[in-house]
Design a protein around this ligand. Structure first.
Ligand code: NAD
Length: 256
């Protein structure tokens, strides 16, 4: 495959659905060799086969991003198979409990959301950064959210807390590694079709559509591919002077 990521190795967490899957396919079509880090083996191997059937190269590494040993293995397996790492999209995440005021969230939910959406991003970066630096720099994109910039209107304060944390982590790492040629950015999607959002759209269409109409000037939900394109741009040479930013792709939501 020919493209702007020729000879590059890209790692995507949460690669078997939604934004991660869309990004993996776009990376492969742009010439990158892919590491698909996710929990579901059937979906991961099927996606690797799909990429290879299109002429790309992909390795599925079964990874629970909350498991430190699994995250270390994710990067070791990348280096073992491809010998380098150039781009990492730390994207796995969960919504956790929704439609609850802060005082009604459980500690169990808080811990799960922080572990999956924030600690995992730090843990992934901890292992990815040495590999990226060894390859001469590169790019990290951490998937945050509009809820990394504003308070939650969907009753999931722990999620907003985690996503605000992702942006602070991103900015700090961007400053630290800027001179080493490593760019670190966050991506802030708004409502996006995915396994996280579509079940709610189907179960509560009236409430969800009212919330989206109220939140989003474009009055629609993004396709995962629209968000993935922004992630790829941040990873590409076209974004060579962009680091430490939180790029918003939200149909105008936080502009209001
Ligand atoms: N869909 C939206 O409206 C929206 C909006 C803003 C931000 N986001 C963020 O985008 C990212 C991608 O989500 P999506 O919208 O594509 O939804 P999604 O549910 O389709 O994708 C999330 C992926 O992460 C995986 N995952 C969850 N916990 C994991 C773990 N412990 N280890 C490994 N993988 C794990 C899931 O299995 C899934 O494949 C998430 O970080 C999410 O918070 C989504």
């Amino acid at each position: 495959m020919e493209g702007k990521f020729n000879s590059k190795v890209a790692l995507v967490t949460g690669a078997t659905s939604g934004i991660g899957k869309a990004a993996a396919i776009q990376f492969a079509r742009a010439g990158a060799r892919l590491v698909l880090a996710a929990r579901r083996e059937d979906l991961g191997t099927a996606l690797a086969r799909q990429i290879e059937a299109e002429g790309g190269q992909a390795l599925f590494v079964q990874t629970d991003v909350t498991d430190p040993a699994a995250v270390a293995h994710m990067v070791e397996a990348t280096l073992q198979r491809f010998g380098r790492l150039d781009c990492a999209l730390n994207n796995a995440g969960i919504g956790g409990e929704v439609m609850k005021p802060t005082a009604e969230h459980t500690l169990e939910n808080w811990n799960a959301v922080i572990a999956t959406n924030l600690t995992s991003v730090w843990l992934s970066m901890k292992h990815e950064i040495p590999a990226l630096l060894a390859a001469g720099g590169g790019a990290i994109v951490n998937t945050a959210s509009t809820y990394g910039l504003i308070g939650s209107t969907a009753g999931h304060a722990p999620y907003a807390a985690a996503k605000h944390g992702v942006i602070g982590l991103t900015k700090s790492a961007a400053i630290e590694y800027a001179k080493a040629g490593l760019r670190v950015n966050a991506l802030c999607p708004g409502w996006t079709h995915s396994e996280m959002v579509d079940p709610a759209l189907e179960a509560m269409p009236d409430m969800m559509n009212a919330m989206i109409a109220q939140d989003v000037p474009m009055a629609r939900v993004a396709d995962a591919a629209e968000i993935a394109r922004a992630a790829l741009w941040l990873c590409s040479e076209e974004a060579s002077y962009v680091t430490g930013t939180a790029l918003v792709a939200d149909g105008g939501w936080v502009a209001r």
